[in-house]
Design a protein. Structure first.
Length: 163
């Protein structure tokens, strides 16, 4: 039996010599270290029973319920062309659009597009504000509705005299 054990040792010596030689080589040691870490990591994940963490759901900002109406046109006050520098605004109930400034007796690109469907089927009131802060409403009205695309209107606005 002793000779049998000695025979096995003789067979293992070249293998041990090869392993010892390779472990002295830095690239081989680095490879073995990385491979061992990878195998251990995969084993932990496989045994943990926990799945991957789901990504949070993507949320998008609310879209407007309808496309805006965009208005352009001439502006008169008491039958006279309005001077430059007056502000035109569209209102629907508590909603107020951005204002545009008159120039050359006209207003351009007045966007009216509230972000709430509660303003559907209600009148758009057009307001003119003078540089000194006085305001007056136009005689013209238009009903705000949901439309399948943005709509541009040429609408001349006539305002009574400022009070």
């Amino acid at each position: 039996m002793a000779s049998e054990a000695a025979g096995n040792q003789l067979k293992l010596k070249p293998v041990n010599l090869l392993i010892n030689t390779c472990l002295r080589c830095a690239p081989v040691r680095a490879f073995l270290l990385i491979a061992t870490a990878l195998v251990l990591s995969l084993g932990l994940v496989a045994c943990s029973g926990a799945g991957p963490t789901p990504a949070p759901a993507t949320t998008f900002p609310d879209l407007p319920p309808a496309w805006p109406f965009v208005f352009n046109g001439n502006v008169t006050v008491d039958g006279q062309q309005v001077p430059d520098g007056y502000k035109v605004t569209g209102r629907i109930g508590t909603y107020r659009s951005a204002s545009v400034t008159t120039s050359g007796g006209r207003y351009l690109a007045l966007p009216v597009g509230p972000l709430d469907a509660k303003f559907f089927d209600r009148d758009i009131v057009f307001e003119l504000a003078s540089p000194d802060g006085r305001t007056v409403d136009a005689k013209q009205r238009m009903v705000f509705r949901a439309l399948p695309q943005p709509s541009v209107y040429e609408l001349n606005l006539t305002f009574p005299k400022f009070r």
